[in-house]
Design a protein around this ligand. Sequence first.
Ligand SMILES: C[S@@+](CC[C@H](N)C(=O)[O-])C[C@H]1O[C@@H](n2cnc3c(N)ncnc32)[C@H](O)[C@@H]1O
Length: 340
Amino acid sequence: MIDKYINKITQGDCLAQLKNIPDNSVDMTFADPPFNLKKKYTSYTDNLEFQEYLKWCEQWIYEMVRITKPTGSIFLHNIPKWLSFYATYLNQFAHFKHWISWDAPTAPMGKSLQPAHYGILFYTKEPKGAKINELRYPHKRDRKQGYLLKDYGGKKDLLHPFGPLVSDVWTDIHRIKHNRKRDPHPCQLPIHLLDRLILLTTDENDIVLDPFSGTGTTAIAAKRLGRKYIGFELDTEYVEIAQKKLYQTTPNSKIGDIWVSFYLSQVVTIRHKDWEHLKPYFTVPTPAKAIDFKKAVLKDKRWIPKTDLQEVAKKELEDLNQQTINNGNRVFKQLNFKDL
Ligand SMILES: C[S@@+](CC[C@H](N)C(=O)[O-])C[C@H]1O[C@@H](n2cnc3c(N)ncnc32)[C@H](O)[C@@H]1O
């Protein structure tokens, strides 16, 4: 039964579609549902009554846990308000691991504290035996000088040459803010955010399912990391966007045989246990304390996946267009990616 959904984005209501997925059959489920914030989706009214919204959420959350394997994990992305209700519900039949705070300024709301993070709830199906990997990300550095931002005192030579372990506060992944940088969808997530969750809890060929696929971010991340994917999405236009992008995606986010996450030509997430295999591909700062001003860099740019290089070109182009606007120069024609 599950086979007909594998490596596809299926159009339809996720509640009906999830019922077709057998118990204990998926390695990781991730949901980024509408937040009930009156967003302008094409085929969905994002404005339910409080209890109606929560009741609806409980139905698909229940299905997500049911279909997840005993070794698997469940992730729910939303604003903290809704996550507090999700957690109360999930605590009854799944196991809390972390509340990941994704540092991303949100729209000004209310008159108390300014919201500055989205949450990602991380639960496992069983209390023990879940597949979970330690992850590392590059050291944070001063943009201009390249020095480490954190003061490690005299202990710099003891630092990991690639970067620290990933904690439950993520400040290094930015939201896609500008309309011109994303597909015609009001809240597309960055692919390397999903890469990180996938590297955290799955292995090659594992199955990743997203019931609110949108423009296919989860599926694209899964495909480029050599995982299988299942996506459900109500809106036919978003399904088409996702399918088109998936067609252009290849499972090539790796160095040698090791799956890693790339963003703008940089390796941004690795699994801790993979470092010994990855190390020969990097020029590691020597002596060890040179890490203060030198980062571990890939020895050969040809190892960067071509699609990622295209992303860099796109970003440079966007910056160039933006600069032209900021300088007040008259722009006769905005460059397009295909002009490159
Ligand atoms: C927050 S967006 C997901 C965005 C996605 N993570 C991305 O990066 O593109 C929520 C999506 O859920 C879809 N949706 C809403 N209700 C749905 C339902 N009952 N079944 C399937 N999809 C639904 C909306 O059309 C929208 O694309």
